[in-house]
Design a protein around this ligand. Structure first.
Ligand code: ATP
Length: 296
């Protein structure tokens, strides 16, 4: 019997790039928000480790973050067994939605359960941070301020459920390439994450959304000017806030309800865009009673 976890996508409500560490990593401050949209990860105990991917194409072998997380967990705990893993991929790839990190986090939590390891969240977060800076956030999800490389998490009072309209152009942006472009362009940036987090702390989420801003937009919009136009269109379609997520290229609009997001989605139909309507959620990694057949 397989166990199933939902690995949720995230958006960045704001993202500051504050500087660069001596090791080349960038120091950031970002407020991350989980979405209902998620991949499904099915895990079953086995002698060896195998991964099958359905849906969006991603590498199936050692390059997959699911396999990397599984190997790292086995190595760190001395566990000798394996697992048959099925990843049903729904989150667009290289989109700024953190899908790979969500999958790795779900793998760590799922295998911890399947293998009966008893590791606590802090241990899994430390392992996850070695693989990707967004993984500690994905372990718990909700609404959180992430600092350092993005691996230091402080949970914030949750955003209420809002409708989310995602617009994903037909190309990806690699995070490494986005940082290189950012360093070359070195745009001026006024940090917003601390002010946004303070507004969330006061329970003033509407005010918090006034601080939406993403340092990567300047570089992405320069390379892909249509992204700036889409952002403007999201605002004109009634979004409470519209922004690029992570290093892009996905743009999102936040709407008062899922119905309002669905109505706004009609404006963008028939274009060369992937249009997804989802919602913000306070739920972190979801454990599900599902079989791979249900996930479609
Ligand atoms: P972020 O917002 O954290 O920068 P992203 O949404 O831009 O992430 P991902 O979709 O997480 O990017 O994946 C980026 C790269 O990682 C892709 O090039 C992909 O081939 C590779 N990858 C490896 N494993 C996975 C996985 N399980 N899901 C998605 N991508 C994966």
């Amino acid at each position: 019997m397989a166990i199933c976890y939902v690995a949720r996508a995230k958006i960045n409500l704001c993202l500051d790039i504050l500087g660069r560490y001596a090791n080349g990593y960038h120091e950031i401050a970002t407020v991350m928000q989980s979405l209902a949209l998620g991949d499904r990860i099915f895990l079953e105990a086995a002698a060896g480790l195998t991964l099958t991917v359905e849906g969006e194409p991603v590498p199936e072998g050692e390059a997959n973050l699911v396999v990397r997380a599984a190997r790292r967990l086995a190595e760190a705990t001395g566990y000798r067994g394996g697992a048959v893993i099925t990843l049903v991929k729904r989150i667009p790839v290289a989109a700024g939605l953190g899908g790979g990190s969500a999958d790795a986090a779900a793998t760590l939590v799922g295998l911890n359960e399947l293998w009966g390891l008893g590791c606590d969240t802090a241990f899994l977060a430390a392992l996850g941070a070695e693989i990707g800076a967004d993984i500690p956030f994905c372990l718990t999800g909700g609404t959180a301020l992430a600092t350092g490389r993005g691996e230091r998490i402080r949970h914030l009072p949750a955003l209420p459920e809002l409708g989310v309209l995602l617009l994903k152009p037909p190309y990806g942006i690699s995070t490494g390439e986005a940082y290189r472009d950012y360093d070359l362009l070195a745009p001026k940036w006024e940090p917003v994450a601390a002010a946004m987090a303070a507004a969330f702390d006061r329970g003033a989420w509407r005010e918090a959304l006034g601080y939406c801003g993403n340092a990567f937009e300047a570089v992405a919009f320069r390379k892909h000017p249509e992204l700036a136009r889409l952002k403007q269109e999201l605002k004109e379609a009634g979004a409470l806030a519209a922004l690029m997520s992570g290093s892009g290229p996905t743009l999102y609009g936040l709407f008062p309800s899922v119905e309002a997001a669905s109505r706004a989605a009609q404006v963008f139909s028939g274009r060369d865009l992937r249009v997804i309507v989802t919602a913000t959620t306070a739920a972190g990694l979801g454990r599900r009673e599902e079989s791979p057949l249900d996930a479609g």
